[in-house]
Design a protein around this ligand. Sequence first.
Ligand SMILES: [Zn+2]
Length: 149
Amino acid sequence: MTKNMATVKGSKINAVSSWNSEIVGKFARKDKVMLSEKKCSCKYFDYIKIPCGHAMIAVDGLGVPYDTLCGDWYKTSVWRETYAGFISPKSDLRDVNILERVSSMIMYPPNTKRQVVRDHKTRIPFTGEIWVMAPKKKVVANRCGRYRG
Ligand SMILES: [Zn+2]
């Protein structure tokens, strides 16, 4: 709300009636505020239900606190009421009545596709893994790339 108020600093109020106002802002932009319906032509107040700067300027002369313009869902009293209901803990599973045909069923793990087993020669060993593998046979002797020696 503080940011919203800063955006309309220096605006002028043209009161149409006690609950309807026209706010003339910078660059002669006009916004209509309907406080009784909690609406403004800028649509911020309509959608967010937090008073826009226009609504806050309009309400300044009426002595109405800003927080009364906020939507009910922002109020802690509404939050408390939401969670005031009784939340029962989960009962013990042994106390739950399970149908005979369900409890007599034997459950097996799901059929899954067997993973492809890689050949040990092509598998990349993970870090720290030591494989006892036959040393590679050298087909070509080492040779210097520059001098061919
Ligand atoms: Zn507005």
